[in-house]
Design a protein around this ligand. Structure first.
Ligand SMILES: NC(=O)c1ccc[n+]([C@@H]2O[C@H](COP(=O)([O-])OP(=O)(O)OC[C@H]3O[C@@H](n4cnc5c(N)ncnc54)[C@H](O)[C@@H]3O)[C@@H](O)[C@H]2O)c1
Length: 338
């Protein structure tokens, strides 16, 4: 297969950006798009030069003109729509999170493995050069044993965000709020980089910011502590109620040094460790101008040539376990074992 023909399900916010960067993935062609909203799918298809449009996902799966599916739909649809694609023998590139919660995520992984159909999850920060460098640094042991990490995500979402996509407000549809939707990107990077399974979690969630205007059930502010095997502690503060979108940071502290990732003004990693040379920062990341473009290109390479993709579905389970644990702890008031 020279070119992978991709069918997009869900033509909302992120799908537009993915369609844009897909123009820079030479081995990929968007050949079909699908959305429940007929006007949305036709204007999306016009904008990105996609020939076939559908308002029925099953019809797109059976159309014969696609080799894989990209799911950019609400979180409650990740499991059923991925399973339908798997049943049709089509590999899936599913937006993060893998699913609404850990049991659903495990079912999706089991379905993919039982059928031998590839499912990749778009946790694209693993393809951000500085996050990739952080992972490489920790994998080579440059900081020694990792003791703790601290993630801060001071993001901003306004009323329009919830009005445009009401599912984002609903716990039953989204599984949660800022923690699962935004914070899980960087919790995934921290867990992947530290390379140890999460074993327990504590959490506190709140929903300030919107109640007066609009009914938002999900967390707009979340704080959590995740303990990994070997006793490292990862703390996270994830927010969508900062007055303005601020800089994301991941600070990692090991017995021999520390490393700080920041995403603004551009992704960067500052390392303080004896003997560390800046040259080591250029890890084996793919070419390309954006992490999402590299993630998409890597998924295509995985499907076409079996080159490894960094986030097969099973790799997205640890972060889902950690997120689940933080939410369970926030409800129980106790430390939760994962
Ligand atoms: N990787 C990233 O950085 C990133 C950024 C934003 C969102 N996301 C993820 O992308 C996914 C979609 O989020 P969004 O913000 O684009 O949502 P959105 O609400 O903007 O778009 C979702 C689209 O899915 C459509 N849809 C709903 N049910 C459908 C069905 N049965 N068949 C076909 N289409 C259907 C909706 O009509 C809508 O157009 C979520 O998993 C979200 O977490 C990822």
């Amino acid at each position: 297969m020279d070119t992978l023909r991709l069918g997009i399900a869900g033509c909302g916010d992120i799908a537009g950006f993915t369609a844009l960067v897909s123009r820079f993935v030479p081995a990929l062609r968007l050949t079909a798009s699908c959305d429940l909203d007929a006007a949305r799918v036709s204007s999306f298809a016009r904008r990105y030069g996609i020939k076939a449009t559908y308002t029925n996902y099953e019809e797109m799966l059976q159309c014969g003109g696609i080799d894989a599916v990209y799911l950019a739909v609400p979180h409650d649809l990740h499991l059923p729509m991925a399973c339908a694609a798997i049943a049709a023998g089509l590999p899936v590139f599913v937006e993060k999170p893998l699913a609404r919660n850990l049991p659903e995520g495990r079912r999706l992984v089991a379905a993919s493995e039982a059928a031998g159909v590839k499912v990749g999850v778009n946790y694209q920060y693993r393809y951000d050069r500085a996050c990739h460098a952080l992972h490489g640094l920790l994998a080579e042991g440059a900081l020694g044993t990792i003791r703790h990490a601290r993630i801060n995500l001071p993001w901003h979402r306004d009323k329009k965000y919830f009005e445009a996509s009401p599912w984002h407000r609903s716990i039953s549809r989204a599984g949660g709020g800022t923690l699962i939707t935004q914070g899980s990107h960087f919790l995934d990077v921290a867990l992947w980089s530290i390379g140890k399974a999460p074993v327990s979690a504590m959490g506190y969630v709140a929903s300030p910011g919107f109640k007066a205007d609009i009914d938002v059930e999900v967390d707009t502010l979340a704080a959590g502590i995740v303990e990994t095997e070997g006793g490292a502690l990862i703390s996270i503060s994830s927010s969508m109620v900062a007055a303005r979108e601020g800089r994301v940071s991941i600070e990692v502290y090991g017995e021999r040094g520390s490393a700080v990732y920041t995403n603004r003004p551009w992704p960067r990693l500052v390392v303080r460790a004896p003997g560390f040379r800046a040259a080591r920062q250029s890890g084996p990341c793919l070419p390309g101008f954006h992490a999402l473009q590299r993630s998409l290109a890597a998924f295509v390479g995985w499907v076409q040539s079996d080159r490894p993709y960094l986030v097969p579905a099973s790799e997205a389970l640890p972060v889902l376990a950690a997120v689940d644990g933080i939410y369970r702890s926030a409800a129980s008031g106790k430390r939760e074992l994962l």
